[in-house]
Design a protein around this ligand. Structure first.
Ligand code: MOS
Length: 759
């Protein structure tokens, strides 16, 4: 078959672009089913306590009220913990955060369900809540679960005492990062149907159909085969629809079974804000031992994460942040401890990067602070310690392939005219500065989630030459369907116009794990190549028969079947008609699993991930000394993506990720009062808009990975990872002060400017 880049490495327009732009796409809220009822959760209004009584007598007179569902109605287990089994579907006795769900009200309309849920009266015996990491750490008797530690991970390599003893300088700093709300444009929602044969069908806005399937099967006490989950078009997720839909869908299924009616649940924005997961706030301590020449000898890192009331995906965040805690650098002596602490706040979980933006803020602020201290240019200091092919990561994994970090630094340095720009300039009103940050990102789930790290695709060639494709991961706005269309076209040498992606459905593909961790292109791309390796020989055999020649005389290229001897050419759909009439059946399942990883969990040593993506961002900022406002004028974003599948799509991911990182760094000031989120909509939680986006220059570096399909690696999460650190470094460079805490709001800029330099 044809080799080379016919359909990949091209900016194919979005296959879902037209229907979305024209408003034709049906999101879950647009779907109505005959006889459907609506449900809404009744939530705890205190952060910590015991439920004494639930009184819903006020509801029974309302003509729209149908029923109230709670823990005692569950036929299976009252448990939806995704990794650690600490999370009931309905609070049975204890509530651990404002928003813990006590019951579900079912009513005739959505409006009535929302209104009636607020009329349920709950009496509590209150307990002393713990909100901060330090209060959780310091509490010796007040435990939110059996202990206040949700999980912890460590990396221990070499001898840090010896390393620090030999170092010329030792520096210590502390950093902290805040909550971040995903603010997907489409709030959480689903529709559940209890079918007459005892099975359940669920449609929803979600990232992980198999997580939902597992949760529903467990709660309803049925086998997974009886739970069919179909993803509806999803208007953004960013990690926020990884585990949360499992609980929303499981409650809806229970209500559907009890009422024998389809049940729809759509969260209001303010409740979505209070009830669903966030990015973990981190408190970080870094200690670095370095030689006069800039070589780092030893590093000790302590990461503490605010996990909120339930562990959810904290262990993924804690694991990943421990592995990546020191970035893309070679350091011989290392000790990293990463711990997630329970508090009485909304559970924090998956958010684009799984702890990477936080850890990157820590190591990249630290790198710039140490470089300043040594009076070495921050880029030169990074290059002195940068990981290159043949070097070891901090977990002792020798990387021989696809290590493009140095190229990303050099590209960004060159394009940004770094040497001239870093001479920060001060005018009467403004300060300007530049900052750099580099990052490393382990692809897919890594050693901690290896058993989940397989994914599949089904490819079916129809008689008319159209090609149906089903895959186990999902499109959530990132452009996956488009890239998968391109990869199928490339693997089969047919026009992308023939390829049609079907909705992701548990009934069509076996458990392919979660749609997270920038997995989709790598996993599905390899599965497509596996399916193509089964289809292509059959197609070639049929083509030889049709053209009456040897299969070695056939070339299939750009949708055409060519007889290389006679020069005869036919289009692909003529061949598929021939195949149908001659007993050829062409459907194949493709599967790929991440290669075996050798890793010791006790020491954190070994192959933590099979490969890594790399990025360097340089930010240029202008600061208004009068108002304290930071304006990001430009970001140069250089990314090693292995191989670019769709360059325009990558540019889109990088612009979006960069803006999301800018919001976390500068404008999104998440506010809480006694466990209640008070910044619950866009008037108080300032998500950056088109007016705030800086000029973003995307620089694509290709360092192909031997395990990646056509060499590709993930880029979805790397897009956000270094942005905030680069901005904070630029603000620190411009002002001569250390900005070690996010968000950098105008008030904090003015406060720092009133302090002497270097403090
Ligand atoms: Mo995302 S943090 O990989 O769900």
């Amino acid at each position: 078959m044809a080799a080379g880049d016919t359909y990949i490495n091209k900016s194919l327009p979005r296959v879902d672009g037209e229907s979305k732009t024209l408003g034709q796409t049906k999101y879950i809220t647009d779907i109505e089913i005959e006889g459907m009822a609506h449900a809404y959760p009744v939530c705890a209004s205190v952060p910590f306590g015991k439920v004494k009584s639930v009184n819903y007598s006020k509801l029974s007179e309302d003509p729209d009220f149908i029923t109230l569902v709670s823990a005692s109605d569950i036929p299976g287990q009252n448990q939806v913990g995704v990794i650690i089994q600490d999370q009931p579907l309905f609070a049975d006795e204890t509530v651990r955060f404002v928003g813990d769900v006590i019951a579900l009200v079912v009513a005739e309309t959505h409006r009535s369900a929302v209104r009636l849920a607020k009329l349920v009266e709950v009496e509590y015996e209150k307990q002393e809540p713990l909100f901060s990491i330090s209060s959780s750490q310091n509490s010796s008797s007040n435990f939110i679960h059996e202990t206040n530690i949700a999980c912890s991970h460590r990396v221990q390599k070499g001898d840090i005492d010896k390393g620090f003893a030999e170092a010329d300088y030792i520096m210590e700093e502390q950093f902290s990062t805040p909550f971040q709300e995903h603010y997907y444009l489409e709030p959480q929602g689903c529709i559940a149907i209890s079918e007459s044969d005892g099975s359940f069908t669920i449609r929803g806005s979600l990232q992980c159909i198999y997580y939902v399937q597992k949760a529903v099967a467990r709660v309803m006490g049925v086998e997974a085969s009886l739970v069919r989950v179909i993803q509806s078009p999803t208007g953004g997720a960013f990690g926020g629809k990884e585990d949360i839909p499992s609980e929303i869908c499981a409650r809806a299924v229970l209500a559907a079974k009890i009422c024998n009616r389809p049940i729809k649940v759509i969260y209001e924005r303010e409740d979505d804000f209070q009830l669903t997961s966030k990015r973990h706030p981190f408190e970080m301590k870094y200690k670095i031992g370095v030689m006069n020449n800039g070589k780092i000898l030893a590093a000790k890192v302590e990461l503490n994460e605010n996990a909120g009331a339930y562990a959810t995906l904290s262990s993924v965040v804690s694991y990943r942040s421990s592995i990546q805690a020191l970035g893309p650098y070679v350091i011989p002596n290392v000790e990293v401890e990463s711990t997630s602490w329970y508090t009485n706040l909304p559970p924090t979980g998956a958010f684009r990067g799984f702890g990477s933006p936080q850890a990157t803020f820590g190591h990249e602020r630290m790198m710039s602070i140490v470089a300043d201290k040594l009076a070495i240019d921050p880029i030169d200091f990074r290059l002195t310690n940068i990981i290159e092919p043949g070097d070891e990561t901090i977990t002792g994994h020798t990387l021989n392939h696809s290590v493009g970090i140095k190229e990303t630094i050099l590209e960004a340095q060159y394009k940004s005219n770094w040497t001239a720009e870093k001479q920060n300039k001060e005018s009467e009103r403004y300060l300007t500065g530049v900052g750099v940050a580099s990052s490393i990102y382990g692809n897919c789930l890594g050693a901690a989630g290896w058993h989940l790290d397989g994914a599949g695709v089904n490819i079916q060639i129809n008689r008319d030459g159209s090609i149906g494709v089903a895959y186990g991961l999902i499109e959530m706005g990132q452009g996956a369907d488009t890239v998968i269309t391109q990869m199928v076209a490339e693997a089969l040498s047919v026009s992308p116009a023939r390829v049609h992606i079907r909705p992701t459905d548990t009934a069509s593909i076996p458990d392919s794990g979660p749609s997270v961790a920038s997995r989709n292109v790598v996993m599905t791309g390899n599965a497509i190549q596996d399916a193509a390796s089964k289809i292509n020989p059959v197609v070639l055999d049929a083509a030889a028969k049709m053209m009456n020649c040897a299969s070695s005389d056939i070339l299939i290229e750009e949708d055409l079947i060519k007889n290389l001897v006679t020069g005869e050419t036919v289009v692909f759909d003529k061949l598929t008609e021939f195949m149908h009439m001659n007993k050829y059946q062409v459907v194949a399942h493709g599967w790929w699993h991440v290669p075996e990883l050798s890793f010791d969990h006790a020491s954190g040593i070994g192959e933590a991930y099979f490969t890594y993506s790399y990025a360097t961002h340089i930010a240029k900022v202008k600061i208004d000394k009068l108002t304290g406002l930071v304006q990001v004028e430009k970001i140069w974003a250089a990314h090693d993506v292995g191989k670019a599948m769709n360059p325009a799509g990558i540019e889109g991911q990088i612009e979006g990720g960069t803006l999301q990182g800018l919001g976390w760094a500068l404008t999104e000031n998440f506010q809480l009062d006694n466990g209640h989120v008070t910044s619950t909509n866009l008037s108080t939680y300032l998500v950056p808009t088109a007016m705030d986006i800086p000029d973003v220059e995307t620089l694509i570096v290709e360092s192909p990975d031997p395990e990646g399909p056509w060499g590709a690696k993930g880029v979805g999460e790397p897009a956000i990872i270094p942005t905030a650190a680069a901005i904070a470094n630029a603000v620190s460079n411009a002002t001569g002060r250390h900005f070690n805490k996010l968000p950098i709001i105008p008030e904090s800029v003015l406060r720092e400017l009133s302090n002497p330099k270097g403090v």
